[in-house]
Design a protein around this ligand. Sequence first.
Ligand code: THU
Length: 124
Amino acid sequence: MEYDLLMQKAKEASQKAYCPYSDFPVGACVLAESGKTYCGCNVENASFGLTVCAERNAVFAAIAAGERKIIAVAIYSPKLDDCVPCGACRQVFAEFGGDMDIITETKSYKLSELLPARFGGKWG
Ligand code: THU
């Protein structure tokens, strides 16, 4: 799949973000091994620590649909060009992603660049 299309879906997902506390909308769209895509947005809570990032919501939607391998993720925020994932989301990607592609509006990364040493396995 074209990563431009994946980014377009991430942009659309960011419009659904529930972020009244941070006013920082994020959308993510993952491409699974099956070729299907799954989107997520950040969902905040008055008890701030319960907030879940867009990236994890996208991965969990894929897993709940029966996917087990993620090939790529596009991440978009209207507030930040290079919206790289937080550390928690990088670890969740490592569970299902192998050395997957991470696409922001301006850059493209391999997960092994953003999480060079991973808990729970090795790259390659
Ligand atoms: N957030 C994400 O959804 N993904 C990121 O990559 C960075 C942070 C959310 C969490 C919170 O709702 C808001 O952005 C501000 O941290």
